[in-house]
Design a protein around this ligand. Structure first.
Ligand code: CAA
Ligand code: NAD
Length: 283
């Protein structure tokens, strides 16, 4: 099944990046959020990001215009009609995602595929909120989507071979490398990453070292592009906490228990870079 029109729901850092990647690959994209204003704001952030690429000489101004011409900010979910694939990238909360899929599905044609960019939530459970569990799949982009090479493809219990093939082919067309994961909490990347980030939070909480020294140690000692606390701020501390909660609850082991310091930062609204403050300040 050829995918030419994509709907992305959730115009935050991931949804915006996914929309940009799809438009850069020549697909037509509709970008939706909880309100038309939020969708328009997401589109403005894409325009600004593409503008930086033009300034750096990596994209001609005409290329920016061509990409933007392929993305439409949606007034509402009804604008997703006609999409061959809808990718959900809203908040990492199972109830919110299930509710969104139930409202979205009636607007889509019967052949359309539904995908979630969830970091940790069961694809089988989300699929059960729809009438097409065979046409439901996990399509997990990494942050930032325009830069990161990987897409994890997650098969729910009922995902069909045809759906898996269509989404894997699309990811390759977007220039990505794919891996396929079974539907286990956190899949592959976050099963490994979130315990690392959580351990860095425990280390900070216990006064092992300053945030800067924890990050410098991991960055230079392990040759990671960012230290774990900087990366947590980059991902969003709310998202990190919600993923950690899924791992802890579903895998049932104390080693996945989210650090109190991580909970406190989220409770304080210090959600990381997107909020202007997390473990670090971004004024
Ligand atoms: N859109 C387009 N291009 C972007 C971009 C964006 N949003 N952000 C950065 N870039 C480009 C820059 O233009 C630059 O390109 P050139 O090298 O061609 O000049 C390149 O990426 C590097 O950017 P910068 O020089 O600005 O900064 P940097 O060298 O520090 O790289 C980074 C930034 C790519 C984010 C790098 O720090 C990095 O790889 N960090 C780790 C990211 C990571 O681990 N992501 C996965 C998180 S886990 C996840 O996503 C799963 C989950 O469910 C939580
Ligand atoms: P974000 O906070 O930047 O954006 C979320 C967007 O979803 C916001 O624009 C918000 O207004 C919108 N939204 C929330 N509830 C909605 C609803 N009911 N209907 C429509 N829109 C709604 O978050 P993000 O970092 O882009 O993460 C989005 C999803 O992608 C999450 O499931 C997250 O786990 C996953 N993810 C995040 C990362 C990361 O590094 N941040 C990486 C991979 C996957």
């Amino acid at each position: 099944m050829a995918i030419e029109r994509v709907a992305v729901i959730g115009a935050g850092q991931m949804g915006g990046g996914i929309a940009q990647v799809a438009a850069q690959a020549g697909l037509s994209v509709v970008l939706a959020d909880a309100t038309p204003e939020l969708a328009a704001r997401g589109l403005s952030r894409i325009a600004a990001g593409l503008g930086k690429l033009v300034e750096k000489g990596k994209l001609p101004a005409s290329g920016r215009e061509a990409v933007l011409a392929r993305i439409e900010a949606a007034p509402g979910l009804e604008a997703c009609a006609g999409a061959d694939l809808a990718i959900e990238a809203i908040v990492e909360k199972e109830d919110a995602k299930r509710e969104l899929f139930q409202r979205l599905e009636p607007h889509l044609g019967p052949r359309a595929i539904l995908a979630s960019n969830t970091s940790s939530i069961s694809i089988t459970a989300l699929a059960a909120a729809t009438r097409r569990p065979d046409r439901f799949i996990g399509m997990h982009f990494m942050n930032p989507p325009p830069v990161m090479q990987l897409v994890e493809v997650i098969r729910g219990l009922q995902t069909s071979d045809e759906t898996w093939a269509a989404v894997t082919t699309l990811a390759k067309r977007l220039g990505k490398v794919t891996v396929t994961s079974r539907d286990v909490p956190g899949f592959i990347v976050n099963r490994v990453l979130i315990p690392l980030i959580n351990e860095a939070c425990f280390a900070l909480q216990e006064g092992l070292a300053s945030a800067e020294d924890i990050d410098t140690a991991v960055k230079l000692g392990l040759n990671h592009p960012m230290g774990p606390l900087t990366l947590a701020d980059f991902i969003g501390l709310d998202t990190c906490l919600y993923i950690a909660e899924v791992l802890h609850r579903e895998l049932g082991e104390d080693k996945y228990r989210p650090a109190a310091l991580l909970r406190q930062h989220v409770a304080a609204g210090w959600l990381g870079r997107k909020a202007g403050r997390g473990f670090y300040r971004y004024d």
